[in-house]
Design a protein around this ligand. Sequence first.
Ligand SMILES: [Fe+2]
Length: 390
Amino acid sequence: MSAIKNTEFLARTKLVTGSGSVKFLADELKKDNYRKILIITDKGIAGSGILDNIQAILKPLDIETEIYDDVKPNPSVTATDGAYETYKDNQIEALIAVGGGSVIDFAKALSVLLANGGSIADYFGFDLYEDTPTPLFAIPTTVGTGSEGGHAGVITVDNEALKTKKLFFGEDLFPKVAFLDGDLLTGMPGALVASTGMDALTHAIEGYVSKNGSVITDALNLHAVRVIGTAILEAYSNTDNEEAMNNMVQASTSTGIGMANGGLGLVHGISHAIGAQYDAPHGIVNAILLPYVLEYNWVANPHKFAQIAEALRVNTWGLSVEDAAKAGVQRVRELTRETGIPEKLSAIGVQEDKIDVLTDIAFADELYMAPNPRKVTREDIYNILKEAIN
Ligand SMILES: [Fe+2]
């Protein structure tokens, strides 16, 4: 008898896609007659010319605009609560997030706080706010977050003794509109394509083998594996390749909708522990961990891992399902090398003296342990970390 689960599927963000699509931001904003908006971004984007482009689009609209450009990677409770204090009396009617996952998640946190007050720590969990969050428009400038298509935000808890990452979810937290503009993404650093693109591949693979997936999330995730497997190399090696950037950002958003509905797994469980403890870049940590975790996970679902191998264009002709699954893991390992990602966590400063605390944080994170295809023990996580660190 097959196990048929009951699941919900939510996808509420309007996606405007293709090169130049960001110009439609004006039309979308006009529909709701906003009088005052806040742009959320980081210093890198603020200095890159992308922000000038957005401001030129907004100029004819006669909307009062403020800019917050101080989002840091792995945004914290202190940072989001601080921004709320700054803007709470400013009558902000909508937010525009221009950036990667940190920026979009930060903006989601602010959208909850502007409507409900308090601290973002009050909202860790599902649908814990009373009032509908302030509308959010998302313009991703990386190719990996997926947050533009989902209803979750990740925030580092920096005000407790143990630094961890926690998530808040809400059915109204899907951005209202996301603009997936490959032209806007051209010229980004190749290393950023690599780290954020490997994050997207991690979402796609973890989502595809998640125990909470469905036929619908499988479709969103497996095709994303197929697209990213090729486009990541094209985009990484030539960041002017507009078509590759469009493919990457659409595949990344596809997995974002997938993970909003089917969850992720052990890579994200461990990487959130590392991200919180070391303030380490999310995409790179995932990319390093991915082959180690897949090597551990494939035995739990060889058929699906064999399909991942095929999606990555591994020649599986004549191979057993098990050998095909292993060949897929090997292909992922090669992809990390081909995109210039280090093979060990020690290369980004992770050290063995924190292995116990990292293991404990990851093992306690039910959000990621539960959907993982292989039933995880504390010892398994410890061993994976030991292998991946040095
Ligand atoms: Fe991720």
